[in-house]
Design a protein around this ligand. Structure first.
Ligand SMILES: [Fe+2]
Length: 164
């Protein structure tokens, strides 16, 4: 049963638990996305982001080791929906270019969702005086932004190739 959120501290803890669940769901989803990606640069981007995602989950564990409690016990339904959208694209895609374009779109939704959540989490950490947590969340936020930019570059390079 969900406990009542009372303070900014409670919101912060809940958001971190949500992000921990999101990262762990993504650790399970990324191998399937890599397997289904047709272009080798997209495959590599998903494989690299898998390693990064494992580190990001570990960062949240580190933040919790300084706070009271455990990062477990919450399911991020936002990420559950985004992963499901990615699965639908894999199921429904007919031609390889469309599949990659669809996978990139799904992955960029994931990155934007994470960027929004980590941006908030970092701001709340600063407000609450958790400097080390804020620093760790900023690190992840930068990685998510770079991952998003890489996906844009891959999408654009493929579009350009097709236009030739
Ligand atoms: Fe992440």
């Amino acid at each position: 049963m969900a406990s009542k959120v009372r303070t900014l501290e409670d919101l912060f803890i809940d958001l971190l638990k949500d992000l921990y669940s999101a990262e762990n769901q993504l650790v399970k989803a990324l191998p399937k996305m890599a397997k289904n990606a047709q272009a080798s640069d997209l495959q590599k981007a998903f494989q690299d982001h898998l390693k990064q995602t494992e580190k990001q989950a570990a960062r949240i564990e580190r933040i919790f080791s300084d706070l009271e409690g455990s990062p477990r016990g919450k399911k991020c339904v936002g990420m559950e929906g985004l992963v499901e959208e990615g699965n639908e694209i894999i199921k429904e895609a007919a031609d390889p270019d469309a599949l990659d374009a669809g996978l990139i779109a799904a992955a960029q939704k994931v990155e934007h969702y994470e960027i929004a959540s980590y941006g908030t989490a970092r701001a709340w950490a600063q407000h609450l005086g958790y400097q080390e947590a804020a620093r760790l969340l900023q690190e992840t936020l930068e990685e998510e932004s770079l991952a998003n930019e890489l996906l844009t570059r891959i999408a654009e390079s493929h579009v350009n190739m097709e236009a030739r």
